[in-house]
Design a protein around this ligand. Sequence first.
Ligand code: FPP
Length: 236
Amino acid sequence: MSDPSNHPRHVAIIMDGNGRWAKERGLPRLEGHRAGAESVRECVEACKQLNIEYLTLYAFSSENWNRPPAEITALMTLLDRFLDQKADEMMQQDVRLQAIGHLERLPDKTRSKLSKAIERTKDNKSLTLVLALSYGSREEITEAARSLVKDAAEGRISPDDVTKELFASRLYTNDIPDPDLMIRTSGEMRVSNFLLWQISYAELVIFKKFWPDFGQADLFEAVEEYSRRHRRFGGL
Ligand code: FPP
């Protein structure tokens, strides 16, 4: 195992390929998402073992609202079930749940389950699991800009007050450190509107396999790869 002092503090994952995984097996897409939820469990377990502090998962993007209504409903049902079933487990595992994104767009039932799980787990300390739901980075950045312009127009700040830090404080992630490592599955080399501001210095590790085939060993491998890379932040 790699040197723990060289481990990422925050891992973010683009969980891609559930649909293709199902298609390869002649199964409905929903079966791929179901199997993908199992990989989520494995990753939480692996992060706990590695003492990683934050795990952010791209569970539903703002673009995902364009999918057929039946698939959206199936994903929300899966999320509801995850929240129902995992809240006890999160308490046992000392996992704190948070969510980022345009959460107002989620169905009322899902939003209420989410707030309950967030509230119930808020004092847990060992891992923060952040679900990105109805999340889009450009929307997030636009909202941050809008709130700063509003403050300036109403005289609460002046244009010169706008620093990187003030800007970052208006993002959904204001109390979450930037990801050190970003993982994407299914071989795509894209960041797909995920945490564009926050991944400025993140190391990217791409896996060819589809998300439902991703397990603990793969997370360990990504962390090893991260630890091997020399991170210079543009310096020497
Ligand atoms: C990408 O695969 C995956 C998603 C859009 C949803 C991710 C959801 C899960 C892993 C399950 C539920 C999550 C939680 C936290 C309970 P895709 O459908 O885009 O795959 P494709 O590119 O092969 O079509």
